[in-house]
Design a protein around this ligand. Structure first.
Ligand SMILES: O=C(O)CCC(=O)C(=O)O
Ligand SMILES: [Fe+2]
Length: 337
């Protein structure tokens, strides 16, 4: 394969990051993002430090080798509660994330992966090597993606793990790390969601197996890790924040879980959890659906930042300080146990 990590879009350095919309180049963090969601991702991945040495890309695992599930199978699987072990609830509270096996069957993953391929191709075309291509709010126009975003199984898991009587949908997401795309910068999502609560969780659902070389989502273990990193200053033009987080985690001996994902395995990470993902060093896109849920009753912060990207699309009509309960934020999950 001719592609190497040489083809990565490089990080900008210095005072100007050409991926930042013009309107966001001056001023601090407390401003609205001036681009769209894809612009945000194109900027965001430039904030990750990457090894300079080119690496050959190897073949990926492919899609699950089974027939795709039917609409009815998808609907019934996503409606059924998942048998959550109480030890997993404890692990989530302690570690700020948990990886759960068999949340989706291989046949359902296959069906969703095929649909996602069509949606991404229609949105971004085929010429995407080295990029991080994203889509959000798919549930508003695609029936299959609506089954995922409004899934009682996923929403029930989110409510149970957070210990909340009800959780609302924040948004859905497709996260396609194309062949040769570099790392995802270290971050925690409390800055991404402009909410006055950290009671929010993202279900990250791989659309294939994800071996180490493909860039599985990786988590710093511990719900208090955020306190250890709170003094580090975000860098909107370069990689200094990403590098500083990695260094601090090493200094403090914080364990990082970066294991591969099996087909159907789904991780749930809290808004408190620091996470990253490696580069995709395979010829297959590393794809995941990621749906975020938050505690019913939460309010929007008074001063959202540009890290919150296109948050107004996910909370239409809600102003800073307002109740985060627009028509696009239905209550999806109640605890299943
Ligand atoms: O998919 C990735 O690499 C990053 C995803 C992420 O940060 C998230 O879902 O919170
Ligand atoms: Fe994240």
């Amino acid at each position: 394969m001719a592609l190497t990590t040489d083809d990565l879009p490089g990080s900008d350095s210095g005072d100007v990051n050409h991926r930042l919309p013009e309107a966001n180049r001056s001023g601090g963090l407390h401003q609205d993002w001036a681009g769209d969601d894809q612009d945000w991702w194109d900027w965001y991945v430039t904030l990750a430090a990457n090894d300079a040495a080119p690496v050959d890309l190897v073949a990926g695992p492919g899609l699950p080798d089974v027939a795709a599930a039917s609409d009815e199978q998808v609907a019934s699987e996503l409606a059924e509660p998942y048998a959550l072990d109480p030890a997993d609830v404890e692990a989530f509270a302690r570690d700020a994330f948990v990886k759960l096996p068999g949340v989706l069957s291989p046949a359902v993953v296959r069906r969703l992966a095929e649909r996602l391929q069509d949606l991404l191709r229609a949105e971004h075309g085929a010429d995407v090597a080295g990029r991080f291509t994203a889509m959000e709010q798919m549930w508003l126009h695609d029936d299959l993606m609506r089954q995922v975003a409004l899934s009682p199984r996923l929403g029930g898991l989110a409510a149970t793990l957070l210990g909340e009587p009800g959780v609302r949908l924040y948004h859905d997401n497709a996260l396609s790390k194309e062949p040769g795309c570099g790392r995802t910068p270290w971050h925690h999502d409390a800055e991404h969601f402009p909410l006055q609560t950290t009671q929010a969780v993202t279900a990250w659902m791989p659309m294939s197996a994800i071996p180490g070389r493909m860039g599985p989502l990786s988590f710093a273990r511990g719900s208090a890790v955020r306190d250890d990193l709170a003094d580090l200053e975000f860098d909107k033009v370069g990689t200094s924040y990403d590098v500083a987080v990695a260094e601090r985690l090493r200094e403090r001996d914080v364990p990082v879980e970066s294991s591969p994902f099996a087909v159907g395995e789904v991780s749930f990470h809290s808004a408190l959890c620091f996470h990253t993902a490696g580069p995709n060093l395979t010829t297959q896109p590393r794809r995941a659906l990621a749906t975020t849920y938050f505690a019913d009753g939460a309010r929007v912060v008074e001063t959202p930042t540009l890290i919150s990207g296109t948050w107004r699309e996910f909370l239409p009509g809600v102003e800073p300080g307002g109740l985060a309960a627009s028509d696009l934020n239905p209550v999806v999950g109640r605890p299943s146990a």
